[in-house]
Design a binder for this molecule. Structure first.
Ligand code: G3H
Ligand code: ZN
Length: 288
C-alpha cells in the first residue's frame, strides 16, 4: 500500500496515522517497537535538524531495514523542509513516501511557486506532498511562557486561502492551523473545531494533517480526527520529554555504566509507551 492508500483508508475508517519525529536511534526504535506492539502503521519523520544528524541516505536505509525487522508498514516523511531543494533531494534519494514543504515564511505567491516545484518533482515519483501556508508557531520544546491567544488566532488557516493554495499547487496534504502549536505550554490553546470543519469543507479532496499534537488533550485530538477527517498527526515534543526523563533516570541509577547501549533498552520502552498511547488516541491500533 502506498502512503495515499494508507491515508485514503484512514479517512474512510476514521483514524489517523501518527507521524513521529525521530531525534535519535533510541526514538527510532521506540516508534517502530510501538507500531509493532500495537499492530499499527507508523510514519517516521525527520525535520531539518534531525536529517542533518542522521544523513538522508542513512534515514532511508534504516527505514528500509526497519520495515523488514518490525514487519509493519512504516511510512517515511521529510518534516518541515524549508527549501524546495531539500524536498527534491529527498525525492531523488528514493525511499520517502511524503515530503512536507514548509513555505509558511514565504509570501503566499512565492510559497505557491515553490510548492508547485516540489509537487511536480514528487508526483513524478509517486510521493505525496504536504504544504503549509500558515506558520505553526514556536518550537517543539517545553515552553514556560504563556501563549498570546489573540496573536495566535491571527495565524489560523483561512479556509478560502487554503482552497486557493490547494487548487494552485496540487498539494496532497495541508498542514492546517486551528489552535495547534509546536511544543507544550503551561496552558495549551484549545483547538478551534468549528474552524477545522470549515477548512475541511473548503478543501474536500485534500488530506489534512494536525501538527503540534504534543500537549493537546486526547479528547480534542480525537474530535479533530473525527470532524476534520485528519489522517496524519505529528508528534515530537512529548517524545523528546519522555526520552530526556528516561535517559536522566538511567544515568542517575547507573553511575558506573559507560556502555550507553546498555542504558538504551529501558529508554526505548519508556518512549514506546508514549507512542503506544498516542496510537490508541489516533485510532490506528490493529489496522494493519
Ligand atoms: O512537525 C512536527 C510536529 O508538528 C510536532 O509538534 O512537538 O508539538 O508534538 P509537537
Ligand atoms: Zn510540525
Amino acid at each position: 500500500m502506498t502512503a495515499r492508500d494508507w491515508f485514503d483508508r484512514a479517512q474512510k475508517e476514521g483514524f489517523a496515522i501518527g507521524a513521529f519525529n525521530v531525534d535519535n536511534m533510541d526514538i527510532f526504535k521506540a516508534v517502530c517497537l510501538a507500531g509493532k506492539n500495537k499492530k499499527s502503521s507508523v510514519m517516521l519523520e525527520f525535520s531539518q535538524g534531525e536529517v542533518s544528524y542522521f544523513g538522508l541516505k542513512n534515514i532511508v536505509d534504516l527505514t528500509v531495514n526497519a520495515r523488514q525487522e518490525y514487519g509493519i508498514p512504516i511510512l517515511l516523511n521529510l518534516d518541515h523542509a524549508k527549501s524546495a531543494e531539500d524536498c527534491i533531494a529527498a525525492v531523488e534519494q528514493a525511499g520517502f513516501d511524503d515530503v512536507h514543504f514548509d513555505g509558511s515564511d514565504l509570501p503566499f505567491e512565492k510559497n505557491v511557486e515553490e510548492t508547485k516545484k516540489v509537487v511536480e518533482n514528487a508526483h513524478k515519483k509517486g510521493l505525496l506532498v504536504e504544504g503549509e501556508i500558515d506558520k505553526i508557531s514556536t518550537l517543539s520544546e517545553v515552553h514556560n511562557e504563556e501563549i498570546d491567544l489573540e496573536l495566535l488566532k491571527k495565524s489560523y488557516t483561512d479556509p478560502t486561502k487554503a482552497a486557493k493554495f490547494v487548487k494552485e499547487t496540487g498539494v496532497d496534504i495541508l498542514a492546517a492551523v486551528f489552535g495547534n502549536v509546536h511544543g507544550i505550554f503551561p496552558v495549551q490553546p484549545d483547538l478551534d473545531i468549528d474552524l477545522l470543519s470549515k477548512i475541511r469543507e473548503a478543501v474536500p479532496s485534500c488530506f489534512l494533517s494536525l501538527h503540534g499534537s504534543s500537549g493537546i488533550p486526547a479528547d480534542q485530538v480525537k474530535t479533530a480526527i473525527n470532524v476534520g477527517k485528519i489522517v496524519k498527526v505529528n508528534l515530537n515534543t512529548e517524545l523528546r520529554v519522555a526520552y530526556r526523563e528516561a535517559i536522566g533516570e538511567e544515568l542517575s541509577e547507573n553511575p558506573e555504566e559507560y556502555a550507553s547501549y546498555k542504558l538504551a533498552s529501558d529508554v526505548i520502552l519508556a518512549v514506546a509507551a508514549v507512542v503506544e498511547n498516542k496510537i490508541d488516541v489516533f485510532g490506528s491500533a490493529g489496522k494493519i
